[in-house]
Design a protein around this ligand. Structure first.
Ligand SMILES: *Cc1c(COP(=O)(O)O)cnc(C)c1O
Length: 480
């Protein structure tokens, strides 16, 4: 019996891993989750302790992607998490660790998740998705046109994962002139035939509206095999579970010891993966959810009220990849807290979808929350700057603003005797201005990326014009 994936809202048919991989939301508007999480017993954990990153990935992901022959899965994994792809390691890193642990002081560690091609943690999962999509499409003799909107990080991670992949094209909309020169150069300097950068004369929300218009046009979507790689993609969540295990085995003195993780959070994809790792038997004491000034998640974990914001109430901060108003993966976590009561979840998310707040205290759910080890905190610009400065002065380590949010909130939630692992979600080189504000000098950039901004750039300009976007997709695709 293959693992069955069921919708959080309970009205969509159960499907297998490959069936849900390329889709987005379930047909009932919910998110897919395995009907049961696989659990590793203590003796199994002990056996996993000395595995390499890739062996761990095979052991964990074969439980989730169980409708792909394990030898094929292994081949995809061997291509994905290599020292070559995750080559922007720092001095002293073991290149085969892929996500090396950097110890700041005994019991306090950074988990380096940002050694991939775009210097941010999204590469860890997205690179796998690139190989996985190509494999599944070839098996089904199909093709995919990925249409997305980005304000910087997600788009570049998607493009670097999908470049050169057979059967896949990427149409990525970005707000013209609104990204940093580094981010712009990262994306626009790609010369691959299957990557189309579209610079929209508008803001990020305009880009997102154009993508929504495309995905709401069901006949167009079907005819032109339109897909997405957004943060609700189950394949991404599954891949992120692996590094919690890897980090645990690196940081624990012995298997069985409780360890806490601090997670700089936006759409709650990363934290959700940590929650699932914990459900799978990994001894995680606390999952520390760190937000910036956009504190919708911190508000929930401290009050029990989840109050999504509108775009106008979403602040632009100096940890921009966490500027979210609605945490798209949060529904998955609440589904577990509700004991997979899909009717209760449906009622709550009908409110969320109308833009209303939901109160989990009223449902008697709040008491059950303590079993999940979640704590939280919100960080501010001033504290972000102070944390970057303090970390440099005390440990000689330069961190990026998102990791600073994680570290600041982690320090406020440390328990004696419990090691704390802070997830480093980006390299400081991506955020020159904030690092210079904190330290008075620019972060070091990997040598291979010197002069990135001077490379020739390839993009097309477009107005806020869905008809033109469709015309472009059609012209690149033809009838298939
Ligand atoms: C995307 C991102 C985050 C937030 O991760 P979620 O999974 O959306 O919670 C944090 N930091 C960086 C650098 C990111 O790119």
């Amino acid at each position: 019996m293959k693992m069955q994936y069921v919708s959080t809202r309970g009205l969509a048919p159960a499907q297998t891993f490959s069936q849900i991989l390329l889709g987005g939301l379930a047909s009932d508007g919910g998110l897919y989750l395995p009907d049961q999480y696989p659990v590793f017993r203590p003796d199994e954990l002990a056996a996993m302790q000395r595995m390499t990153y890739r062996e761990l990935a095979v052991t964990i992901l074969s439980r989730f992607a169980d409708d792909i022959p394990v030898e094929d899965l292994r081949a995809l994994i061997e291509k994905t998490w290599t020292p070559d792809v995750f080559g922007y390691a720092r001095a002293g890193d073991d290149m085969n660790d892929i996500t090396p642990l950097h110890t700041l002081e005994p019991g306090l560690h950074l988990l380096a998740l940002s050694n991939g091609p775009t210097l941010a943690f999204k590469d860890v999962a997205m690179q796998w998705l690139g190989h996985l999509f190509e494999y599944v499409l070839a098996r089904n003799n199909s093709t995919l046109n990925i249409v997305g909107a980005t304000s910087g990080d997600t788009g570049s991670a998607a493009e670097y994962a999908m470049r050169g992949k057979r059967g896949i094209r990427v149409f990525m909309l970005s707000p013209r002139g609104k990204m940093t020169p580094f981010q712009t150069a990262q994306m626009y300097s790609l010369q691959d035939d299957n990557i189309f950068n579209i610079a929209v004369n508008g803001v990020f929300d305009d880009c997102q509206d154009m993508v929504k218009a495309i995905s709401n046009d069901l006949p167009f979507k079907e005819t032109y095999h339109i897909g997405a790689v957004n943060s609700i993609n189950w394949g991404r969540i599954a891949a992120q579970i692996v590094y919690y295990f890897k980090a645990y085995f690196s940081a624990a003195d012995h298997v069985g010891q409780q360890i806490s993780f601090a997670v700089p959070s936006g759409n709650f994809g990363n934290a959700c993966a940590g929650h699932i790792a914990r459900m799978m038997g990994l001894p995680i004491a606390k999952l520390v959810v760190a937000t910036n000034e956009n504190d919708v998640l911190d508000e929930f974990f401290t009050t029990g009220i989840y109050r999504p914001r509108v775009a106008a109430q979403t602040w632009h901060t100096s940890s921009p990849s966490m500027d979210i108003s609605k945490a798209s993966n949060f529904e998955r976590f609440i589904a577990d807290v509700l004991g997979r009561d899909s009717m209760a979840l449906r009622e709550l998310w009908q409110q969320v979808d109308r833009g209303e707040a939901i109160d989990l205290r009223a449902k008697g759910v709040w008491e059950r929350m303590s079993a999940y080890g979640m704590v939280s905190g919100a960080n501010t610009h001033a504290s972000r700057i102070a944390t970057i400065r303090h970390t440099w002065q005390k440990y000689g380590t330069v961190i990026d603003p998102h990791t600073a949010d994680g570290l600041a909130v982690a320090l406020a939630n440390r328990e004696s005797g419990v090691p704390m692992v802070v997830l480093e979600t980006a390299q400081p080189a991506k955020f020159d201005d904030t690092v210079r504000e904190a330290l008075g000098f620019l972060p070091q950039r990997p040598a291979a990326l010197a002069g990135l901004e001077n490379l020739p750039q390839r993009f097309v300009e477009m107005g806020i014009d869905v008809v033109q976007l469709k015309r472009m997709i059609v012209s690149k695709t033809g009838w298939e």
